[in-house]
Write a protein that binds this ligand. Sequence first.
Ligand code: URA
Length: 285
Amino acid sequence: MRELLEFYVAAGVDCALADEPQDRFAESAAAQIKAAQKKQSAPQRAGEQPATIPVSSSAPSPGSNETAAPRPLRQTAKVPNEEVIAAARELAAGATSLEKLQEAVNGFEGCNLKKYAKSTVFADGNPAAKIMLVGEAPGREEDISGKPFTGPAGQLLDKMLASVGIDRSAAYFANILPWRPPGNRAPTSVESELCRPFIERQIALVDPDILVLIGAATAKVLLGKSESIVRLRGRWTTYKCNDRDMLVMPIFHPEYLLKQPAQKRLAWQDLLTIKRKLNEASAGS
Ligand code: URA
């Protein structure tokens, strides 16, 4: 049993999505049979072949007394294409408030990650904050809590921010992807591209003075920069948003800092730089 559990964890199956098990294979097979039966009973137009329930190669041969076994699961996951990306863009552009954007994200079915996630992790913190921090994707704890940066990396981030006088109520947190990739694997470029319109709209609606991009992958998606985070961190750059150049600072990901604590010194310097800029912005407003 222990080995089986270890196998599940290694395969990324590390938390339950519901209290009761659900047989998705049976659900899917029943839905397909129902749809085919509906089609079959629909009035037939001239020249049309009657609809048949498609059968798998394991189906009983004609005349046999065997009952038909459920068909193997048909692939229900969608392959994201330009159309789905365009739909995401349209939904995001039509959201005139963070609440409407959250509704749009919750209702968006174009990203396959949603099928495997427990929560849609939209945001945490203060939407009126002057500083917004964007990470890559929720992990296990975030999927369970439904809030970004609540696991070990998030706890380190909270401590780092607190050390320069910024707490959760003075910042706004979100991720490029609102759904956890199974087993915390790195998101694919298609998944990031698919969710990019939502985070871009979220940034525009929050309209912070300072945008902090957490980790290289986030900087790559939002700034289009492929340089290593070692080169990007600690340097101000800009992000075009709401017809202005928003100030942006890429920083080390706290997950990286958990593995490389010696780099916390540099992360601390970056946070002090950010804090100074925040103070300047407050003094000027
Ligand atoms: N890592 C991220 O990039 N985001 C989270 O919310 C948690 C961990």
